[in-house]
Design a binder for this molecule. Structure first.
Ligand SMILES: NC(=O)c1ccc[n+]([C@@H]2O[C@H](COP(=O)([O-])OP(=O)(O)OC[C@H]3O[C@@H](n4cnc5c(N)ncnc54)[C@H](O)[C@@H]3O)[C@@H](O)[C@H]2O)c1
Length: 240
């Protein structure tokens, strides 16, 4: 039987590891990250040539790419007047351009075969504004629209595309924001955390496995008519 591969970017991160574990039930999973880790292919998602080599290795071996999860992302902090061009460029080049490049490289193989699923990890920050994250929020909103356009263009090739918008997940990326704000404001990070989680109807962090479960559902292939949607897993912070 032909091997079905799922490619997951940002695979050494907290959410990425949970997605790799969940997808392993249905696919042979191939993790990509710019940080090395066991069984991970070291590559930057903006490096088209490196991604092309990964895709060619899969197909040359007779494998098919059934799913791509664009999970790699970066976040820095800065109040609006302090953000530099470099801050915008770095966050947009990974979160938006990198997601687009990986989708072109692996999505092309799906389109040639006439089926596939692409899941882009956006954020509740792509739907709800957050202070000190203008560049990040704008990049995640861009991911939502990028996904909609991909869904529109790729439907003709049997490829569906979705955005998943997680709320706060207790990861290195999240702690970095919390600590940055706590230090700037001279407040205790744990006290600040209570306020940050307050907009959530569930009053707690979202677990990585809750995101991974939705990603698994989407990569297994829901109704063909479901494509382009931006689905929140955020405890109701952005209930749309
Ligand atoms: N943690 C949260 O609260 C939260 C909320 C909403 C959305 N997200 C999104 O979820 C995704 C995963 O985040 P996380 O919290 O697990 O963070 P994380 O820092 O643990 O994981 C992100 C991973 O992406 C990798 N990465 C970054 N830039 C890359 C590049 N150019 N090429 C290849 N790999 C790269 C990093 O090395 C890291 O392993 C991100 O897209 C993030 O924006 C996170």
């Amino acid at each position: 039987m032909t091997k079905q591969f799922a490619v997951v970017t940002g695979a050494t991160g907290t959410i990425g590891r949970a997605i790799v574990a969940a997808l392993s039930e249905d696919f042979q999973v191939l993790g990509i990250d710019r940080s090395s880790g066991p069984g991970i292919i070291a590559a930057d998602i903006r490096d088209r040539a490196a991604l092309e080599r990964v895709a060619s290795d899969i197909t040359a071996d007779g494998g098919q790419i059934g799913a791509l999860v664009n999970n790699a992302g970066v976040l820095t902090m800065g109040s609006f007047f302090d953000l530099t061009e470099n801050d915008f460029d770095e966050v947009f080049s990974v979160n938006v351009t990198g997601t687009a490049v990986a989708s072109q490289v692996f999505g092309k193989r799906m389109a040639e075969r006439g089926s596939g699923r692409i899941v882009n990890i956006s954020s509740s920050a792509g739907k709800v504004p957050l202070a000190d994250q203008a560049h990040y929020c704008a990049s995640k909103a861009a991911v939502i629209m990028l996904t909609r356009v991909m869904a529109l263009e790729l439907a003709a090739f049997g490829v569906q595309a979705y955005s998943v918008c997680p709320g706060a997940v207790d990861t290195a990326l999240f702690r970095q924001c919390l600590d940055w704000t706590a230090e700037r404001d001279g407040v205790d990070a744990e006290a600040l955390l209570a306020g940050w989680l307050a907009p959530s109807r569930i009053g707690r962090f979202v677990e990585p496995e809750e995101i991974a479960g939705l990603v698994r559902y989407l990569t297994r292939g829901p109704a063909e008519a479901m494509t382009g949607h931006a689905i929140s897993v955020d405890g109701g912070v952005a209930p749309w």
